[in-house]
Ligand binder design. Sequence first.
Ligand code: NAP
Length: 309
Amino acid sequence: MKIYDVVIIGGGPAGLSAGLYAGRARLNALLIEKEKDGGQIVITSEIENYPGCLPEESGSSLVKRMSKQVETFGIERAADCVESVDFTKDVKVLHGKKSDYYAKTVIIATGAFPRPIGCEGEKDYIGKGVSYCATCDGNFFEDFEIYVVGGGDTAVEEAIYLTKFGRKVTIIHRRDELRAAKSIQEKAFKNKKIEFMWDTVVKEIGGDGMVQSMTVENLKSGEKKEIVADEEDGTFGVFGFIGYLPQSKCFEGILDLEYGYIKTNENMETNIPGVYAVGDIRVKELRQVVTACADGAIAAVMAEKYVSE
Ligand code: NAP
């Protein structure tokens, strides 16, 4: 039975950054990723808010370079999906679909994925008009029309943020009242750039390379309507904020969670010594590549200290 110094779960920027620091510290490290490296960032066509990235840098090209850099430090890799964990003893056990893994420390970098709007065509236009991150993609819609789907705190707050960019922001909500906190609602109702489309769901998104049209349905009247991009603009933005799906199922009842996100202190330590959480899976304000990478570095350094102590 091989006992690793550290096992990292997840190969997005947070996990890869943890892997880089663990490798440099000469820890006996394993990184487990169930699919391809990258997490959410691979669906981003342009990364302009990670230091050093020039306009031609895409999410997938950045991740490729990150993975290559990690490999140079010789950490082991496994393609597996962790299904359950046992953190009750000094040696932590991870039960994967294919194998079991043993570790002195564990860094969880499993991420959180935006819940898809669930309409036809959505997948085809991710990064081509459809987005789930206002901070990442808002400025691509400078002076364009923007549609925001959802009625919770995130949707309404992000819609307010997006008014910095779009000339008009329309919130499409499936009911006739918002779920968002009243204080947030008040700000949105006061904002002259924000309009509302009540009792409405998106049925289909279409276009020719970029989003150019969207079919919406009024759930009360059953009426369907096609929204077409302004001729001069040629496109518009569709931002989905209908909740996130943090990948924390196998830690429920074991780690302290808040709305499915793992609670940590500023050293990325969870409530269990030797177990760290980094990136989008942890409770935090700003979920970005730059903050994910910082989390990964901190956790790996803390894991190294834990192992040597
Ligand atoms: P949320 O509160 O779960 O809201 C999701 C919204 O999306 C709801 O309005 C919901 O409609 C709608 N929705 C869900 N599934 C849908 C579907 N299939 N089609 C169309 N619409 C759908 O999610 P969130 O806004 O991301 O917030 C998550 C948690 O973080 C919440 O507890 C929130 O309070 C918290 N949060 C707090 C702050 C803050 O305090 N500043 C900021 C952001 C988030 P219905 O209303 O009809 O269910």
